[in-house]
Design a protein around this ligand. Sequence first.
Ligand code: AMP
Length: 367
Amino acid sequence: MAPVAPGGTIGILGGGQLGRMLAMAAAQLGLKCHIYCPDTEVPAADVAAALTRAPYADAAALAAFADAVDVVTYEFENVPAETARVLAEHAPVRPGPLALATAQDRLTEKNFLSRQGIATAPFADVASAGDLAAALERIGAPAILKTRRFGYDGKGQARIAGAAEADAAWDAIGRTPAILEGFVPFEREISVVVARGIDGETAAYDPVENIHKDHILDRSYAPAALDAALAAEACAIAGRIVAALDYVGVMGVEMFLLPASAGTARLIVNEIAPRVHNSGHWTMDACAAGQFEQHVRAICGWPLGSPARHSDAVMTNLIGAAAVDWAAIAAEPGARLHLYGKAEARPGRKMGHVNRLFPLGKRPPVT
Ligand code: AMP
């Protein structure tokens, strides 16, 4: 398949910060972006060549959008299957429908990982209160009940300390199809951002350690302090996932690192995101080719860039009011400030991030 050459146009579903940073990376390679987003505020449109503001169910608008671009991608995984199907009649959609279907449903995702022989938390399908009681008996407590679809940043989840809490948890998630996961006593949370090109070439960035606050990513430490064998294993797992999905683009793979004393596989996969990922934002400033450029290269059929890390980094999200400190951060030597152009700093809203760079081997310890 011929690559999308400079001058070509990428269609991006979704107009938030991920679309915005994709559009900026695309521009650097001489490519244009056309954003499709139903929202009134569209940060990605500030830096894109065109915007279609229409609902994701508007088949005519989708068709016209896809006819106007060379390839379609997306910045969020909950793209409705019907939307992706309509678009695919008019332009290649990358990553493809298998990745979307797998990542949109926690049960499909866990079953897929198990089939690949990749370790996950123990899990069970829960379609009713009766299933939940049986699943709790099998998996034991503590456990976490998660909706199969549309969960993010800890939403659609309820912890269960014992059988007495089962009914409340079922109510809390809205009595909707779910999975029960055994609570994993992890030592650390890490992630790998990996890319796969159209020709099957893969390139993984170094694993990072992630610290969450209020269920939202707060900081990523690059690289994670892992021995070389574990770091290589984490990258190999991510590579197996993208290969099995015949994936094209960048994917975020979230993992738990279990203590060595657990006597089990030390790395288990929590979830996959078929898109550029917040825990990969450090790559923009600390790697030869950052994740946004890498995604653009992959979906356009270009050779992948080098994921090599030339600096260590700590990425800190600027959430809600944190972005008011922009002037102080801008004055900090070595701090690379990224602001998303959002008007209103609501609590929990990602307004920007800052990458603080350090010489290789010199990043501060995780706090
Ligand atoms: P998720 O939405 O699946 O990414 O879960 C959000 C957060 O909940 C994760 O980042 C973990 O901190 C925690 N978590 C999720 N699943 C488990 C589990 N099976 N065991 C322990 N902690 C979990």
